[in-house]
Design a binder for this molecule. Structure first.
Ligand code: FES
Length: 553
């Protein structure tokens, strides 16, 4: 509910800001055009129901900000969260004089608040000018960060991002430029006493006493806003002290530290406070699901039930009851085991991806191992810089080949690579993807060798092992080195086939099962049987001397 109220009120305020800035931008063409558009806009925004809506949106947004200040248990936040908080707090002190001098002045004293009225004080006082520019920048950045954190996990966001970037840069730039041009026109008017008197009279200005009252009101409202912030921070402090006196919460992170934190922290806040890397793409707003954790331990039955919003996200993921959103869960005192289900570097594409795999699942996978032959001997004669440069070029080539074929690079080990096929594809497609990746790797190697022919007397050579079968897939590791991977006999066999490919003088040694799963008719390469450690039966394999000859899948 709180997240929704914040979003809806923020959206209404953003619409107001966009129309307001577009109005200033029109001054680039002419001040009278901007005034004409302002007349129209004022008719809409000053219509009583819209005024009430706008005021309500502002108050709700302010209350949400105070609530999140009060509720926040830790000041460990990302740079973006700090930026949004500080920019948000700066809006009232920067903008209150503008609001009181326009809208309130119109309502109380009937002032006609056209562009001359708004720009005139800025022409006379550079400080007001700077403050107004800072207000535009603060409001706009605050809104952009909010929108980015809200939308970044939506699947369509990357597509519209370039357009949004353009609007995010152009609109405030044009508004500030328009204000600058308008300021020039106002300065020209001020140079001519008669024009100035006429322009001023047209605004129906308030008396000196009324102006003083308006400034007093502005200062009063700023002080009230400041008082509310201080009150929220004070209440937060009292709550923190009180919570610290309560029994603590002990968290044992799987493949991580065991920590004790005060009651009242969300699990995500606990992770951040204790320096445990924890994904939170939406900044703890309960929207992205990337902070999800699986809980266990003696007191797990005492956990509060999920709120309606948290339950909605968890239902969408189809998770078991022991999986919760860390940003929404504030565990009572007790002992809990916590397993992070996504790596700290989770990407928007990981949001809402089913948790079955992350929790650990057996599924049919195609595993690929690729090794660069003779690289150790080659690197001995080279400078470290050259070795790193060459390996990175090679890794980029094979990594792109795997990704273009639909696989996922699991890890680079020394000069080797392990890749997974079948995380999102059924076994027949995964097998075709893996064979396609082998062909692409071969082509990439040909191109790499051609581009580095002057560097090496002998071309780079590779060995690839491929096997299909059941593997346990899950998120494994420790700290930042946590990630989705596969383990099991299939992985070991694929690694062994990669080593054996040397004995066959082949670029690829793949189990016959891979070709069978792929449903390839004219099977390439020679058929053999090999003994693999841990298997009682020999394994049927095919050795392909040149992977670029593999047919297109
Ligand atoms: S951080 Fe996004 S849902 Fe928890």
């Amino acid at each position: 509910m709180i997240a929704r109220l914040r979003s809806v009120s923020g959206c209404l305020l953003l619409i107001y800001v966009v129309t307001h800035l577009s109005n200033h931008a029109l001054a680039l063409w002419s001040l009278s055009l901007a005034d004409a558009w302002l007349e129209w806009l004022s008719a809409v925004w000053r219509w009583p129901p819209v005024t009430v809506l706008l005021l309500t949106a502002f108050l709700v947004h302010l209350c949400m900000a105070l609530h999140s200040l009060w509720r926040r248990r830790t000041w460990r936040m990302s740079r973006w969260e700090w930026a949004q908080l500080l920019l948000g707090l700066s809006i009232v002190p920067l903008g209150m004089t503008h609001v009181v001098g326009t809208r309130v002045a119109h309502e109380l004293h009937g002032v006609y608040t056209n562009h001359f009225w708004v720009l005139w004080p800025m022409a006379a006082d550079p400080w007001q000018n700077a403050r107004q520019c800072a207000l535009v920048i603060a409001v706009w950045l605050h809104a952009c960060i909010g929108v980015h954190f809200w939308w970044r996990v939506k699947p369509w966001y990357p597509r519209v991002l370039p357009g949004l970037y353009a609007v995010a840069l152009l609109l405030p730039a044009m508004a500030l430029a328009g204000a600058g041009v308008g300021l020039g026109s106002v300065l020209a008017i001020l140079d001519d006493p008669q024009r100035m008197q006429a322009a001023l009279a047209a605004t129906k200005p308030p008396s000196r006493d009324e102006v003083a009252d308006l400034y007093f009101l502005s200062d009063l409202l700023k002080a009230a806003a400041l008082g509310l912030v201080v009150l929220a921070l004070g209440a937060r402090q009292v709550r923190t002290v009180w919570l610290k006196r309560q029994q603590g919460v002990r968290l044992r992170y799987v493949a991580g530290p065991s920590v004790a934190v005060p009651q009242g922290l969300s699990l995500l806040e606990a992770s951040h406070t204790m320096g445990v890397p924890h994904a939170s793409l939406c900044g703890g707003r309960g929207r992205c699901s990337t902070c999800r954790v699986q809980l266990g331990g003696a007191d797990v039955a005492r956990l509060p039930t999920p709120s309606a919003d948290e339950a909605r996200v968890l239902d969408r993921l189809g998770t078991p009851p022991t999986v919760r959103l860390a940003c929404q869960l504030r565990p009572p005192s007790g002992d809990y085991n916590v397993m992070l289900l996504l790596p700290p570097g989770a990407q928007p594409a990981d949001a809402y991806r089913g948790t079955g795999v992350a929790l650990g699942e057996e599924r049919t996978m195609v595993i690929m191992f690729v090794d660069l032959r003779g690289f150790t001997a080659l690197s001995e004669k080279r400078l470290p810089y050259d070795v790193v440069f060459l390996l990175n070029r090679y890794f980029r080539s094979v990594g792109q080949a795997v990704e273009q074929a639909g696989g996922r690079v699991d890890k680079f080990i020394g000069d080797g690579m392990m890749a997974l096929f079948g995380l999102q594809a059924p076994p027949p497609l995964a097998a075709r993807q893996a064979l396609d990746a082998a062909r692409r790797i071969g082509q990439a190697l040909v191109e790499l060798n051609a581009s580095m022919a002057t560097e090496f007397t002998t071309p780079l050579r590779i060995g690839i092992g491929l096997h299909i079968g059941p593997a346990v897939v899950g998120v494994l590791g420790h700290g930042p080195a946590t990630g989705l991977t596969a383990i099991g006999d299939t992985v070991n066999t694929a690694s062994r086939l990669e080593s054996l490919s040397k004995d066959f003088g082949a670029q690829l040694l793949a189990s016959q099962a891979v070709f069978d799963a792929a449903g390839w008719g004219g099977e390439p390469g020679g058929a053999h049987e090999v003994a693999v450690r841990g298997r009682t039966q020999p394994l049927a394999v095919r050795a392909v001397a040149d992977v670029t000859t593999l047919p297109l899948s």
